[in-house]
Design a protein around this ligand. Structure first.
Ligand SMILES: Nc1ncnc2c1ncn2[C@@H]1O[C@H](COP(=O)(O)OP(=O)(O)OP(=O)(O)O)[C@@H](O)[C@H]1O
Length: 274
């Protein structure tokens, strides 16, 4: 779906932000892009959406070079969700979601139908369509951002720290819903995050960037158990392990310990046993 080959980018003509980056995103894949602040994650997403151009290298979308794509057509095939989702404050939620469709000349009744379908798809009540952006919580705004990005039925959705500004409970719910949504719709997703647990939870493939290049790409098991470098090992570290344990093992340990009413000493020796 997306092929990035040996891409270079410098904003100031001397420091490389992307430094020979290559990356593949396959049809239906959920790829999470992880890396230290400033390593070029947002730059790469903007490049795929033709918001900025690379200095050298090549990017293909569906087998065709980006230069050969009509920019408007490309952007309609690629949904884009960012942290400050930028809903239009003077439009209600229905019009926000249907904005791209209105540009395409889709009639009001059809836009309404689509907005109802999408708002319910992202787990919100259709009554919310009449509200204005200032009347929504942070988590609800992000859901609307996802609904809006899906309105033109894009094949790919680029997401740049979409859940960065919401609290942990809303964030966990949004992550679970996004996973369910991706399973249902089969969209290809490229998701930027600086949160290690989020990257490992969501991605079927995790790509760790360092200094504008891919340090390692693979499943979470590959990155955790076969790190390509000390950087990968140290970057994922204990947080990475904890996020695997979260998926059941921690629960099992907790249930075991709680149900057996151990004293702290007993708990400690039990944990050592495990
Ligand atoms: N328009 C710009 N002009 C000049 N420098 C820029 C511009 N946009 C980004 N940069 C610089 O390029 C580098 C990479 O930025 P980018 O936003 O791609 O990183 P990132 O990995 O997404 O970072 P973060 O995790 O902090 O969001 C940074 O050093 C940033 O300061």
């Amino acid at each position: 779906m997306i092929e990035v080959r040996n891409v270079f980018k410098s904003y100031d003509g001397s420091t490389s932000v992307l430094d020979g980056l290559s990356l593949d995103v396959k049809d239906g894949e959920f790829v999470t892009l992880l890396g230290p602040s400033g390593c070029g994650k947002t730059t790469l997403l903007k490049m795929i959406n033709k918001l900025i151009l690379c200095d050298k290298g090549n990017i293909k979308f569906k087998g065709k070079n980006l230069e050969a794509w009509d920019t408007i057509k490309l952007r309609r095939s690629i949904g884009y969700v960012i942290q400050q989702i930028g809903l239009f404050p003077h439009m209600n939620i229905e019009d926000n979601i249907g904005y791209v469709l209105s540009l395409e000349g889709v009639k009001t009744a059809e836009r309404h139908e689509k907005a109802v379908e999408l708002i319910e798809l992202v787990g919100m009540d259709r009554d919310m369509l009449n509200r204005y952006p200032t009347e929504l919580s942070g988590g609800q705004s992000q859901r609307v951002g996802v609904a809006r990005a899906l309105a033109a039925d894009p094949e790919v959705v680029l997401m740049d720290e979409p859940f960065g500004a919401v609290d942990e409970i809303a964030r966990t719910a949004l992550q679970d819903e996004l996973l369910a949504l991706q399973k249902k719709l089969g969209k290809t997703i490229l998701f930027v995050t600086h949160d290690i647990q989020e990257a490992l939870k969501l991605g079927s493939k995790i790509v760790l960037l360092k200094d504008g290049r891919v340090e390692q790409a693979g499943t979470k098991e590959a990155l955790l158990f076969e790190p390509a470098s000390d950087f990968v090992k140290n970057f994922l570290g204990l947080k990475g392990f904890k996020s695997i344990l979260n998926e059941g093992i921690m629960n099992e340990i907790y249930e075991k310990v709680v149900s057996e009413h151990k004293t702290m000493d007993e708990v400690y020796s039990k944990l050592q046993e495990i």
